[in-house]
Design a protein around this ligand. Structure first.
Ligand code: SIN
Length: 524
């Protein structure tokens, strides 16, 4: 097998949602050489692109202390206070300087001189900036356009990250065992050629997003299978809080809708939840009714669906909205209409779906993980901001703040370790007789992972269900590892290896935590 030449860069960023893109932009401004890798053909394809609700800033009668209280209350008190402080104090300044001034993002206004602030569950103030119901799409497009202006940024779409490179693990030099373990880049699969490239980097930033797609029903795009958690775990970085998987209460219930999100801002505009036979129910569960934190609303819906033997409940905006629905929610209006539902006239059938992972690669206030040379930002990281349950619309802000902070930290402490230590990395190993992959096997493995996670490690967990999940997933893991070693490399094979690892990380974390808190709910 011919040797692959390795590519060298100062910073390798894996993922290009708001967290990866803001890190890349900040690093680009500092003059460092940056490579951004994404597994999709379209650079913009990311969880950020699909974010509807908006981004938290500070409303007119607001204060960072109030935001801090709301975040900690929703997170059930196990948030990292230092991280919450950073987000609450710095977040709105970065929204102003980067999103509004630098990228000229056209947030909606309520009058010519004031921004329009939306409301979501758990917030004591209206403080969410939005671009109708497609906030993430506009932010993402603006970032990608800005990155294309920098000659020191190489964008590599259609490349799948396979495994992080670490010294000593991947080094050919036996004396490297005497050095502190360090991440020095990544093995990356070119999706078009199915060949693995070696990208060596002085610093690596994981910005691979979340893992909702290891569940059967999710609001996330199908690619959100948690690649970053799996790679960081295998590289030896600390991963925490993976049991805290947040379920969004309202995704569209329709055979073909694929978890299409019905934004929480609809409840902020007065929409009410009702059972199939038209009864409101949220007042039985929370004094905050429809604007209770997500985990409470999700469990209330689950309970009502169980009591009424139904697969969905209704969200009724048409009877309560004081706004022009088509203007405020044009994307949701158009999408629902495609499925035969006119949201200006009728209720929307909705069901909870896996939405956000509050845990991840443990990082500090600058995005540094426990493994030297490796940073993590956005959903793949755990800064501790979210505790046991994330406050709505804080994720884009967290991605922005830690994206910028991580790049600033690297730029101001840049240490060209790669130049000093030299690189002598093992080539990727291709088996001599590669087997053609059978798509039926891959599909069935994914069905098993997703239904196991949904039924046994989902909204309501029990020790028995989790134990069953562990046993089934452990067995599947062993089968998939064997298959991985023999199969011809392609993105689907890599995805399956990441996915099973992430399902196990969540399941083991849930088994290890007998206390119900926030989005981890365990019934004994
Ligand atoms: C939504 O619009 O409901 C999603 C916002 C979020 O998850 O932060």
């Amino acid at each position: 097998m011919e040797e692959t030449k390795s590519q060298k860069t100062d910073i390798l960023i894996i993922g290009c949602g708001i967290a990866g893109a803001s890190a890349a932009l900040e690093a680009a401004k500092s003059g460092l050489k940056v490579v951004v890798v994404t597994k999709n053909e379209k650079l913009e394809e990311s969880n950020t692109f699909y974010a509807q609700g908006g981004i938290v800033s500070l409303g007119p009668d607001d204060h960072p202390e109030l935001l801090k209280e709301d975040i900690i209350q929703t997170g059930d008190g196990i948030n990292n206070p230092e991280a919450v402080e950073i987000l609450s104090k710095e977040g709105n300044k970065m929204v102003d300087s980067v999103l509004i001034e630098e990228l000229d993002i056209p947030f909606m206004k309520s009058s010519p001189d004031s921004l329009d602030y939306a409301q979501e569950g758990g917030h004591s103030r209206r403080r969410i900036l939005h671009i109708r119901d497609t906030t993430g799409r506009t932010i993402e497009e603006k970032f990608v356009a800005a990155l294309k202006d920098y000659s020191n940024v190489t964008l590599l779409p259609d490349h799948t990250a396979v495994d992080l490179l670490t010294v000593p693990h991947h080094s050919k030099n036996p004396t490297s065992f005497y050095r502190e373990p360090r991440c020095i880049g990544c093995y990356v699969l070119d999706n078009k050629t199915n060949k693995v490239k070696i990208i060596c980097s002085t610093y690596t930033i994981l910005a691979t997003g979340g893992c909702g797609a290891v569940y059967l029903y999710t609001s996330n795009p199908k690619g959100a299978i948690g690649d970053g958690y799996a790679m960081a775990y295998r590289a030896g970085a600390r991963i925490v809080n993976m049991e805290y998987i947040q379920f969004h209460p309202t995704s569209l219930f329709h055979r073909d809708a694929d978890g299409f999100l019905i934004s929480e801002t609809m409840r902020g505009e007065g929409a009410r939840l009702k059972t199939k036979d038209g009864q409101m129910f949220m007042d039985k569960y929370s004094g905050q009714n429809e604007l209770a934190p997500r985990d409470e609303v999700t469990r209330a819906i689950y309970e009502e669906m169980t009591n009424t033997s139904s697969n969905y409940v209704y969200l009724d905006l048409a009877s309560y909205a004081k706004i022009d629905i088509k203007k405020r929610f044009p994307h949701i209006y158009k999408t629902c209409l495609q499925y035969g539902i006119d949201i200006t006239k009728e209720s929307i059938p909705v069901v909870p779906a896996a939405h956000y992972c509050c845990g991840g690669v443990l990082v500090d206030g600058w995005g540094r993980s426990s493994l030297s040379g490796l940073y993590a930002v956005g959903e793949v990281s755990c800064t501790g901001v979210h505790g046991a349950n994330r406050l709505a619309s804080t994720s884009l802000l967290e991605g922005l703040v830690w994206g910028i902070r991580s790049a600033k930290h690297i730029a101001s402490h840049f240490n060209p370790v790669l130049e000093r230590t030299g690189l002598d990395i093992h080539q990727w190993y291709y088996p001599e007789k590669e087997e053609e992959t059978d798509p039926a096997l891959i599909n069935q493995d994914w069905i098993s992972i997703r239904s196991t996670m949904w039924n046994y490690a989902g909204i309501i967990r029990t020790p028995k269900r989790l134990e069953r999940a562990r046993a089934d997933l452990d067995y599947l893991h062993h089968r998939i590892e064997k298959f991985y070693k023999e199969a011809r490399m392609d993105r689907n094979v890599v995805g399956l290896k990441h996915g099973i690892q992430v399902a196990l990380l969540i399941t083991y974390a849930a088994i290890g935590n007998p206390v119900s808190r926030g989005s981890h709910y365990i019934k004994n």
